[in-house]
Each structure stands twice: as structure tokens, then as C-alpha cells.
Design a protein around this ligand. Sequence first.
Ligand SMILES: [Zn+2]
Length: 140
Amino acid sequence: MAQYTQICSECGATGIVNYCQHLIGGELLWSGQSTCESCGANIEFDDRGDLPEELKPAILAEEGEWQLVLDDRNDLVPALRVIRERLQVSLQESKAILNDLRGTKTTLAWIQDGLRQVNLSSTLVSCSRAGNIGEMGQGQ
Ligand SMILES: [Zn+2]
């Protein structure tokens, strides 16, 4: 499970928050959990929507990076609409994103779910398996 550190609001000690993404009933969520080793305070939270950008690298390091590829490239207009809606980007940005749509598997599965709702089929491809992540990785 991916982790980040934060300061305990009860005692000020540095603690580790474990977090992960979920796709439940077509809705993208992420949740975190932390137990302070110093004072025992327990924090649990859930948040809707995509994972904050700064928390993605740890998930990518764990699950690898994935790419969403449309099965039919002739049907771009509804696909662009789904991307704009889900990622809150402009039309211009959505075009660039669709050309190279990469991210965590859960985020992409959520976009794939949106595409399915407009009858577009797509495939998730593991970038690491394709062997093209290589030198561009974070050098973990
Ligand atoms: Zn504490």
C-alpha cells in the first residue's frame, strides 16, 4: 500500500498514512488510514474523485503505469467529452491527453467506465509490461 508521512494533529509526532484508490459503483474514491505510533490516535478518511497529483507517484511505483487505448479511434468526439468531464480539462487539453492517456490503473478504469457509458470500448495496457516506461521512470 502506498504511504505518505504527516504530522499527528494530536501529539505532533510524524506518522505514516497508508492510502489507496478504489472504484466503487462507477465512482472514483481514495482513502487513507493512519495510526499514530506515539499517541495511538487513529485517522481514517475517504475522499471522492481522483487522487491528488503528488500522491500518484507512489501508486504508480507500486502498480506500474497504465495507458488507456481506445479500441476505435474513429469515435473521438464522445471520448473527448468523457475526458473533459472526468478530468476537468479544456477541449484542447483533452485532445492531448487522449493521445497519451496514462495514469494509475484505478483512475484509468474510472475513465474507461465513463467511456463504456457512451458505448466506447477501450483497453488498459500496462506501460511497464510494454517496456516503454524504462528510462523515463522516477529511478526508484
Ligand atoms: Zn499522535
